[in-house]
Design a protein around this ligand. Structure first.
Ligand SMILES: [Zn+2]
Ligand SMILES: [Zn+2]
Length: 157
């Protein structure tokens, strides 16, 4: 093995490692990704939202705007403060809400919400926090997977 090959290997290794550390996993949804990153690194502003968009959904140019309308204008952590929380019930499998979400990126899933509300106990963004594995979304989607539901308290409380 030449020095060049060793160097290539090392670079590849580093690239793979950093991809694993800061990149979204295949099929991982935006919100699970953010929860994982905030757990690992803490909040660093809106950088992981941008990174997810750049990596997975480069065409979702309105993502930040959509999130700000929902209450996360300036920071990744606001997604968990104002927008999404862990669903406390088993995720529905293949309901109409899910199907609609798959087809329409801009559709707010809360329009079809079930009104389910519960105390937000464990912090899903803490590294030791309770966080189910991502249920997966199709590539290019910026919707959360079935682990998450929109927070309702901000609007009604
Ligand atoms: Zn923050
Ligand atoms: Zn997910």
């Amino acid at each position: 093995m030449t020095n060049d090959e060793i160097l290539d290997d090392a670079e590849l290794f580093l690239a793979r490692t950093s991809l694993r550390l800061i990149g979204p996993l295949p099929g991982e949804c935006l919100v699970c990704y953010l929860a994982r990153m905030l757990g690992e690194w803490g909040c660093r502003g809106p950088r992981f939202i941008d990174h997810y968009r750049d990596t997975v959904a480069p065409r979702a140019t309105a993502l930040r705007e959509r999130l700000s309308r929902m209450g996360a204008c300036c920071c990744d952590c606001e997604v968990f403060l104002n927008v999404y929380e862990l669903r406390r019930e088993p995720p529905p499998i293949g309901g109409i809400e899910r199907i609609l979400m798959e087809f329409d990126e801009d559709l707010d899933p809360d329009e079809f919400g079930d009104g389910f509300d519960d105390e937000f106990g464990d912090d899903p963004t803490s590294s030791g926090g309770e966080r189910p594995p991502c249920q997966g979304v199709r590539r290019g989607s910026t919707q959360p997977c079935a682990n998450w539901q929109r927070q309702y308290r901000a609007r009604y409380w």
